[in-house]
Design a binder for this molecule. Structure first.
Ligand code: BYC
Length: 329
């Protein structure tokens, strides 16, 4: 039983919206309009809880799955210093996952269920981690540009209405800013290196650009959740505005290194002050986030192996009836 006296049923995604008590709803919305924060024990509408679980859970999954493409480069990182930095970064990402799962748990969904939903494909994770990291330059691009995109989103949303998510995001952003610095340093190193290093970086940028444009979510015209989430201050800006902020801050940094971007229409409109670009391929985006990207299967197979091979640890820590069952492939 949770705030408002409703039985929370996270399994039932299609449950008809509950008719909320209009007085309580108005009080809740006034609180949000006043900039007050919502704590787990406060009353909240069912839909607010459901949306937060969806978003925080997806974010947590993105962190632990996001550790995989870079993780494969730990053994091959060029030099001891880069290897140490990458180990620390990958470890941080897993830590971010822990913080976020804990924040989602405050809303009533058990972590075991979240992990089972990830493995069964029921719950999504960020599109970008369904692409392979083919060369060392991919690690530089992820560390620089994907972490930069993540910071834009997370800094904004850390001021959002749900206090446990905001607190987790503040801690995550502090660490992400180190990741961004190491990614940028690796990026600049390759961009100012030999012609082979520059070509490797250019190839990585060309391959990652479309997924990075997708990263901020579908265009505002087709985004389903934005309006409601902005009203409740869960999302603090729209997908297109976040994408625009990213372009504003990072395209000049890429261009000043004489690295090109694979979009002939990319430019800042001097009259509107906004960036223009070729509309990303949203069919490709929806294909990838629905489990049909180049690495979806590989990513979930690794997670499944991790869950299976760590079962003995959980058995040692918990009572037998507390062990959760991970669905096998
Ligand atoms: N990937 O109505 P919309 C990291 C889905 S990890 C996959 O606009 P919303 C890092 C969306 O869920 C940081 N799916 O959605 C880690 C919805 O589907 P459902 C990752 C996406 O929620 C390791 C549908 O599309 N950051 O930085 O209003 C190493 C319609 O979209 C994506 C976060 O998770 C996507 N990119 O807005 C390095 C931030 N975009 O659920 C780095 C938290 C959309 O209805 N999340 N979808 O089936 C958010 O801020 C928001 O969820 C989004 C999307 C802005 C991403």
């Amino acid at each position: 039983m949770y705030g408002g006296g409703y039985i929370y049923d996270p399994e039932n995604k299609n449950q008809a919206p509950i008719a909320e008590d209009p007085e309580k709803l108005a009080e809740f919305e006034a609180k949000i309009d006043n900039g007050e924060k919502i704590e787990p024990s406060d009353w909240m509408p069912y839909e607010y809880r459901r949306q937060l679980i969806r978003m925080i859970e997806q974010h947590a999954h993105s962190e632990i799955i996001g550790a995989l493409p870079e993780g494969t480069w730990i053994t091959r990182a060029p030099g001891f210093k880069r290897k140490m930095a990458l180990i620390a970064k990958v470890q941080d990402e897993i830590g971010h996952g822990q913080l976020l799962y804990a924040a989602a748990e405050t809303l009533g969904k058990p972590r075991e269920q979240m992990l089972n939903d990830l493995l069964s494909g029921k719950s999504k994770y960020s599109n970008v981690f369904n692409y392979p990291a083919k060369t060392w330059a991919d690690v530089a691009v992820i560390g620089f540009l994907i972490d930069a995109g993540a910071i834009i989103n997370q800094l904004a949303n850390s001021k959002g209405s749900y206090a446990p998510y905001g607190r987790a995001l503040k801690r995550i952003c502090a660490e992400e800013s180190f990741h961004l610095k190491q990614g940028y340093e690796a990026f600049v190193y390759l961009a100012t290196g030999t012609s082979t290093q520059r070509a490797m970086l250019q190839d990585a940028v060309n391959r990652w650009w479309p997924p990075i444009m997708h990263f901020f979510g579908p265009s505002d015209k087709i985004s389903v959740h934005t309006e409601k989430l902005i009203r409740w201050q869960v999302k603090m800006d729209t997908n297109d505005n976040m994408r625009n902020d990213f372009l504003e801050q990072y395209v000049p940094k890429i261009w000043e290194l004489d690295i090109t971007l694979p979009d002939p229409n990319l430019r800042k409109n001097p009259e509107t002050g906004r960036w223009e670009y070729t509309e990303p391929d949203w069919d490709e985006f929806f294909r990838v986030i629905s489990g049909n990207g180049p690495c979806n299967k590989e990513r979930l197979d690794v997670r499944r192996w991790v869950e299976e091979s760590g079962r003995w640890v959980r058995q040692a820590l918990f009572k037998p009836n507390e062990i959760y069952k991970v669905p096998l492939a």
